[in-house]
Design a protein around this ligand. Structure first.
Ligand SMILES: Nc1nc2c(ncn2[C@@H]2O[C@H](COP(=O)(O)OP(=O)(O)OP(=O)(O)O)[C@@H](O)[C@H]2O)c(=O)[nH]1
Ligand SMILES: [Zn+2]
Length: 209
């Protein structure tokens, strides 16, 4: 698939599968175990496969995901909200899991996009090394640039395993981020309607202006 400026920068030399498996063997030895013992023998290959899955978003162009749009909507111009989408990502500081829910909305101008494409867009960016703020902004900005709607809203509520299972060990905490563009940013009633749809009290997230 063609890469656009929105996709990750291609690396000059991509390590081979063997390089990746050797790196896992090194980590196992560094942790204090023996990668040659029976239970660990297949682990480097399994980890490499898991990483392919965790980071499959690098191989997908998010603009392509939104390419197919529909114009026959009989003039539908109200808010479209896809709420409560569970996602899994990994933080770029510790490569620990970020697990949460994303809510994405837009106000169409002329075109609408297949609803599954919003979920695919979320995954393209989630399946990369991330911080939550960047994930939130990338989804909103791409939707805004490609569809050119009257407004875009993205709210993400996620738990970071680097905070819950290590470091400060604060289980039960979650981080909420939002990005409001167009009418969602300038019009309080539009923002309120969206927050009501996703079940968030409207005092929590105000205008960023
Ligand atoms: N803003 C933001 N911070 C994040 C995100 N994911 C992880 N972090 C934080 O990134 C920070 C990295 O801090 P550092 O001090 O460089 O790393 P550290 O010594 O491992 O920090 P501790 O987690 O406090 O042990 C930590 O405070 C994490 O909680 C995210 O999505 N957004
Ligand atoms: Zn982290």
């Amino acid at each position: 698939m063609a890469r656009s400026s929105k996709s990750a920068r291609p690396r000059a030399t991509r390590p081979t599968q063997t390089d990746a498996e050797d790196a896992v063997r090194t980590l196992i030895r560094w942790a204090g175990d023996d990668p040659a013992r029976e239970g660990l023998r297949e682990t480097p290959a399994r980890v490499a496969r898991a990483y392919k899955e965790f980071f499959r978003g690098y191989g997908v162009d998010p603009v392509q995901v939104l390419k197919r749009t529909f114009e026959e909507t009989d003039g539908y111009d109200e808010m479209i909200v896809l709420k409560d989408m569970r996602f899994e990502s990994h933080c770029e500081h510790h490569m620990a899991a970020i697990i949460g829910r994303a809510h994405i909305a837009y106000l169409p101008s002329k075109r609408v996009v297949g609803i599954s494409k919003l979920a695919r867009l979320l995954d393209v960016y989630a399946k990369r090394l991330q911080i939550q703020e960047k994930l939130t902004a990338q989804i909103a900005n791409t939707l805004n640039d490609v569809l050119q709607p009257r407004g875009v809203a993205v709210v993400i509520d996620a738990s970071h395993q680097c905070m819950t299972t290590r470091g400060v060990h604060k289980p039960g905490t979650s981080m909420v981020t939002s990005r409001m563009l167009g009418a969602f940013r300038t019009d309080a009633s539009t923002r309120r309607e969206f927050l009501a749809f996703i079940g968030m009290p409207h005092g929590i997230i105000g205008s960023n202006t």
